[in-house]
Write a protein that binds this ligand. Structure first.
Ligand code: FES
Length: 162
């Protein structure tokens, strides 16, 4: 009887593990497909996002992190020379999330081995376009304003006009 109970709980455990793994696999595969087929589902990308000082990742040169740009992932990194840069982290191929690759000093998409240089340009793999780059504006309180380039340009022109 004890063996039966032991087997039963092991089976239950394995079933939950398998079920959870399957669910994670579906989420990983289906999310980019849904985003690609129904771009409106996650809403429009905001023109700017203000990261509070607590939300700004503390990065050493040649390190990167993912942050939230509205409902989408953004990639922020310090180049090996220490310059802070930010891009959309949504791959231009099938919308997987890209990562900063400090080892090879590039941006990498693991879904289909897409590679981008540190300016966001495609250097290898299937992505058809560069990654959209954001403009960064350091705030006095230590926060960081992340903006679409056209929005940053418009704000600058409005400020110049008075
Ligand atoms: S989704 Fe990035 S390379 Fe295919």
């Amino acid at each position: 009887m004890k063996i039966f109970e032991s087997l039963f709980s092991r089976r239950k455990f394995l079933n939950s593990l398998f079920g959870g793994g399957l669910l994670a696999l579906f989420a990983t595969v289906l999310t980019p497909v849904i985003r690609f087929c129904f771009p409106g589902v996650i809403g429009p990308e905001p023109d700017e996002v203000l990261l509070t000082p607590e939300e700004v990742p503390q990065l050493e040169p040649n390190q990167g992190a993912i942050f939230r740009y509205g409902n989408r992932p953004g990639l922020i990194f310090r180049t090996p020379s220490g310059e802070l840069r930010a891009f959309s982290a949504t791959c231009t191929h099938f919308e997987c999330t890209v990562q900063y690759n400090g080892k090879d000093k590039n941006i990498y998409c693991a879904c289909h081995k897409g590679y981008f240089d540190l300016d966001g340009n495609v250097i290898a793999g299937p992505p058809p376009r560069p990654l959209p780059r954001y403009v960064l504006e350091q705030q006095e309180d230590g926060g960081l304003l992340v903006m679409k380039p056209e929005w940053a340009k418009k704000k600058k022109e409005e400020q110049a006009e008075g």
